[in-house]
Ligand binder design. Structure first.
Ligand code: ADP
Length: 633
């Protein structure tokens, strides 16, 4: 099968290799870059929207907790002004006797207990503490000069004093609310309430809230995380630091700045802050990012800041990014696999189409060849028919020739037949005449003997005519013959000539059954023996050898004579029809031709040999009916 060249034509190597090489070189890095890029995009989008959602939620939280802080602070704002109504306070300020002081001390102690504030005290206009709720304590404010405190300075001028600071006596932080006590439009002293706001810090811690409150100086005064307390959320200049240190507002605490690693402003009052990891708290030692939302607290110069950790969000964003990257990688893998599969299918389809095309071509060729073969078959059949007809014609011609040959042989033999028949006829005439005379004389015995002889003669004549009839009869190609019988019949047919020539016959063959019609075998033998007799006419001691042997499923009968033999020229034409060396009417030249034809018609053959000792040997080969052991007759 030849393939269709265009279907299998490969592309030139330079063109076939390059696109594949480019694809193999650039596709993997491209896919990896896309995976990373899309993963980062997924992370960024997730973080962005996560922060937005956190911010909305944080705003609500911020509002809620800022209100809580405001209410906590405002709870005490009225308290110092209450003392204006207390006559013992104004009495003390007007007349600071120990009795008056003790009265106010007791009053303040009771008030402080009920209001759950840290301390309540009253100062004169010079800033000296005249009476205090903690008068019993060792570190009592009593008699202390607190004129340096900003809240005093504000209150003594008639302004509300709001102040967060660390107590100069005991270093305890607190929120100071001061109020200038007026009498008759004149400030006679200052009432101060100190409250502690740590409860708020504890509440935040319990609620796991990260929040702080920074004061007007940007210093964190309240924080859920103690580490952030008294840190500055704004950069502090050296002058400011010195001023604050001198005011003792924050006692002697160092005012370090709360410095985030990174700060990103998201909106007004909203920042993203990243702090370095606190290894004690966070064992993973990751930097901590917060969403910082700040809101001013009303009635104070303070700010409330809510910190929302972004770790979970960040982790979730990383997961989302990884998810997007993995999804894209999977998609890319599926696409590549699908593309490869598509190519394989396309190749298979192309191969199948090529195969189908080749198959179709083959089928077309087979159809063409079959048509040719059918035509030549028809031609052959025609030829076979013609040959058969020719064979039939030939066979009929052969039959006719055989018949003609037989008739010719009969004609040839007519003289001797006449002689053969005339002799008994003459004897019959003589014998019958004698018999009549012997009967007239009454010699019945002699007459009877003569009649017997007459019978024998008639039998012999009958046998001669029977042989001639069977010889003249048409035979057929099939049939079986008994070799011994055929030889006997032939010798009998030629009896006159055999006898007259004093022929000596040597029978050295087996009485086998051969595949030939009996009559035809007799005809062949008559021809061969007749020719031998002709050749031995001049031979004073004529001898005929009939020798047989089995060879290759055939029986070979050699008919050898000691006649004059055949000369070289005659040997060439021996089996040609009408070739004869016999003079006048004696030879027709059909005997050998017909004999060879009859032998060949049954699958046998007839050949000739020329023995060096002289004479001629004809070899007749005939197929055996069934092989029998050689048995001399
Ligand atoms: P015909 O006997 O009529 O001549 P045949 O075909 O029988 O025709 O024989 C052809 C010739 O072959 C004979 O004329 C003879 O010369 C030669 N021939 C046949 N048999 C013998 C034989 N046994 N010895 C010598 N010559 C033979």
């Amino acid at each position: 099968m030849k393939c269709d060249p265009p279907l299998y034509r490969a592309a030139p190597p330079s063109l076939a290799v390059k696109p594949r090489l480019i694809r193999h070189l650039f596709l993997p890095p491209l896919v990896i870059a896309l995976v990373i890029g899309l993963g980062y995009l997924g992370f960024w989008v997730s973080e962005h929207y996560g922060i937005r959602s956190l911010s909305e939620n944080g705003q609500r939280q911020l509002e809620l907790h800022a209100r809580a802080v405001e209410s906590e602070i405002s709870k005490y704002t009225y308290l110092p002004s209450l003392l204006e109504l207390e006559s013992s306070v104004s009495t003390l300020l007007a007349d600071p006797t120990p009795e008056h002081r003790q009265t106010v001390n007791d009053y303040l102690e009771g008030l402080n207990r009920r209001s759950r504030s840290r301390a309540i005290y009253v100062m004169d206009t010079t800033g000296r503490v005249m009476a205090t709720s903690n008068w019993r304590d060792v570190d009592s404010y009593l008699g202390e000069d607190l004129s340096f405190r900003a809240y005093f300075q504000n209150a003594v001028r008639g302004q509300p004093g709001r102040f967060y600071g660390i107590g100069s006596t005991n270093g305890e932080p607190g929120y100071y609310l001061a109020h200038g006590l007026e009498e008759h439009g004149k400030i006679i002293g200052v009432a101060v309430v100190k409250v502690r706001l740590e409860a708020m810090e504890e509440r935040w811690q319990r609620a796991r809230l990260e929040a702080f409150v920074s004061d007007e100086n940007g210093i964190i005064i309240l924080s859920s995380d103690p580490a952030r307390r008294l840190k500055s959320v704004v950069p502090l200049s050296d002058d400011t630091k010195e001023k604050l240190a001198r005011s003792l507002q924050y006692y002697w605490f160092p005012l370090n700045e709360l410095q985030p690693l990174a700060r990103e402003k998201l909106a007004e009052g909203e920042e993203k802050l990243t702090f370095p990891a606190n290894s004690e708290v966070d064992s993973a030692e990751e930097d901590i990012s917060y969403l910082s939302q700040t809101r001013p607290l009303s009635d104070t110069p303070w700010n409330f800041t809510l910190l929302t950790p972004l770790q979970d969000l960040r982790r979730e964003a990383i997961n989302q990014g990884i998810l997007v990257a993995v999804a894209f990688a999977l998609l890319a893998f599926l696409l590549i696999a699908w593309n490869e599969r598509r190519k394989v299918i396309a190749t298979r389809l192309a191969a199948r189409e090529a195969l189908e095309e080749a198959n179709n071509q083959l089928e077309r060729r087979i159809t063409d060849r079959t048509t040719d073969l059918r035509a030549s078959n028809e031609r052959l059949k025609g030829q076979i028919r013609e040959r058969r007809q020719a064979e039939e014609t030939l066979r009929r011609a052969q039959d006719e020739l055989v018949q003609a040959g037989k008739l010719a042989a009969i004609g040839q033999m007519s003289t001797s037949i006449a002689h053969e028949l005339n002799q008994p006829l003459a004897a019959l005439r003589t014998l019958s005449g004698n018999t009549v005379r012997f009967l007239e004389r009454g010699q019945l015995d002699v007459a009877s003997t003569n009649l017997k002889t007459i019978n024998e003669l008639i039998d012999r004549m009958g046998r001669i005519t029977a042989s001639l009839r069977s010889f003249a009869r048409r035979g057929d190609d099939k049939g079986q013959a008994c070799l011994g019988k055929a030889v006997d019949a032939a010798l009998q047919l030629l009896g006159g000539r055999v006898d007259s020539s004093h022929l000596q016959v040597h029978r050295e063959f087996t009485d086998v059954q051969v595949q030939i019609d009996q009559t035809r075998l007799e005809q062949i033998l008559v021809n061969l023996i007749g020719n031998a007799l002709d050749a031995m006419q001049a031979q004073p001691l004529p001898e005929l050898w009939l020798e047989g042997e089995t060879l290759d499923g055939k029986y070979r009968l050699r008919v050898r004579d000691n006649g004059h033999g055949i000369d070289a020229e005659a040997r060439k034409h021996l089996f040609e029809p009408f070739f004869t060396t016999k003079p006048g009417e004696q030879g027709l030249g059909l005997g050998l031709t017909l004999s060879a034809s009859l032998a060949a018609a049954t699958g046998g053959h007839l050949g000739v040999e020329h023995p060096a000792s002289g004479g001629t040997t004809f070899v007749l080969g005939l197929p055996l009916v069934s092989p029998t052991p050689d048995e001399p007759i």
